[in-house]
Design a protein around this ligand. Sequence first.
Ligand code: BG6
Length: 491
Amino acid sequence: MAVRVIEVEEFDLIVFGASGDLAHRKLMPALYHRAADGQMPHDARIVCSARRDYTDEEFRDYAKNALQEHVKDLEDEPLEMFLNRLRYVKTDAASGEGFEDLKVILEERPDVTRAFYLAVGPDLFGTICEHLGEIGVVNDHSRVVMEKPIGKDGASARALNDTVGAVFSEDQIFRIDHYLGKETVQNLMALRFANALFEPLWNAAHIDHVQITVAESLGVGGRAGYYDTAGALRDMVQNHILQLLCLVAMEPPESMNADSVRDEKLKVLKALAPITEQNAQKLTVRGQYRAGASAGGAVPGYLEELGHTESQTETFVALKAEIANWRWAGVPFYLRTGKRLARRVSEIVVQFQPIPHSIFDAEAGAITANRLIIRLQPDEGVQMQIMIKDPGPGGMRLRQVPLDMSFAEAFKVRNPDAYERLIMDVIRGNQTLFMRRDEVDAAWAWIDPIQAAWASLKDAPKGYTAGTWGPSASIALVERDGRTWAEDDGV
Ligand code: BG6
């Protein structure tokens, strides 16, 4: 299959936090691929900035190492061409040092798109934007990219958005949720809105429930310091999982225009039934991993990784959410995410209603309701589970089989990382896959009462052994409703 590459306009991309982990693992590899594929114009520049002292040459060496570590199919010529695009300027957000040097570099090309990428901790977002405002480098063709976490609750998110909003207008602010850049997540929109098949069935009359699982096998590792201040609810549910839920549940937008899509997602977030102190114990489960085994080896528990003997931070959360609107009333959305679970898998399971009446006799066997599974990772694909007649003689025997579409097998193209698409969308000025301010507010408005309920109920996380599917209470959450998590019935 031919891959279509459309060159973007001239740009300067300024990466703050260029010597950090995100830049190293994600941004540099993503930019390299877009450059190697011919998507960057000849003069596009990547201006890297951090607090360390580097010359351009030293930084290029540093970037080269990052690419050698994280890009499988690195090629010499594109690599050299890519490294030549890199410039380095030392800046210190706290003192404001170096921002005038940055200005000198940017003013060499006043008319090109200027995208500032804040790959730094959120405590620096406001300060960096203020410096950019002060030195006068924010113009009509400027943009800023913010990484999560955007605040730790609604109030801090509003304060942060106010500070950034004082320098950049809303249509210049790109709040990244990298899940929205994943191929299969975009495929969810194709599946729903480029096929006539699903839409008539996509409602409470035909769908029994939806499961969204984002399970990781890794622990918190080196990020324990940050993670302990966040927990799974803020780190994964407030953003990634709610965004997935929105894409599954939203009404068809008028078009793929950014505001049409974001208006529809916002309506879903606003329709989420509140979880408060009154119902939190029934609708939520918190967990924290203990030592166990993962990928065949022994692994430490969360507290050991953190180096403390006590922490109330959850590394696992399961929730039963409900969307109080006409389409979804009465359809539970079971949401679940955690670290150190049995395997790495992110998937959305749409469980249809059982057939209303069976014409088959008992010997035909049980009839399992249809299920659509959208696998985000690994092994991206879509699977539809249907009933068929078991082939051969022996009467009518029914059996469930998967109609399975693995993208890797069907399309022999490299699966681009989410950041590749998202960074190019920033340059193009396309905000469809980025969160608007009111979406962030609405997501926090649902999350804050859950967090508050846990605090006032003194709900300590339940321990689970690393390498399992989380606390048994998570299984009970679903079984209480007469249902099971997808992996428990052998999927
Ligand atoms: C990040 C979270 O946003 O997403 C991490 O902060 C998590 O805790 C990561 O590990 C998961 O992303 P992916 O793309 O590996 O599923």
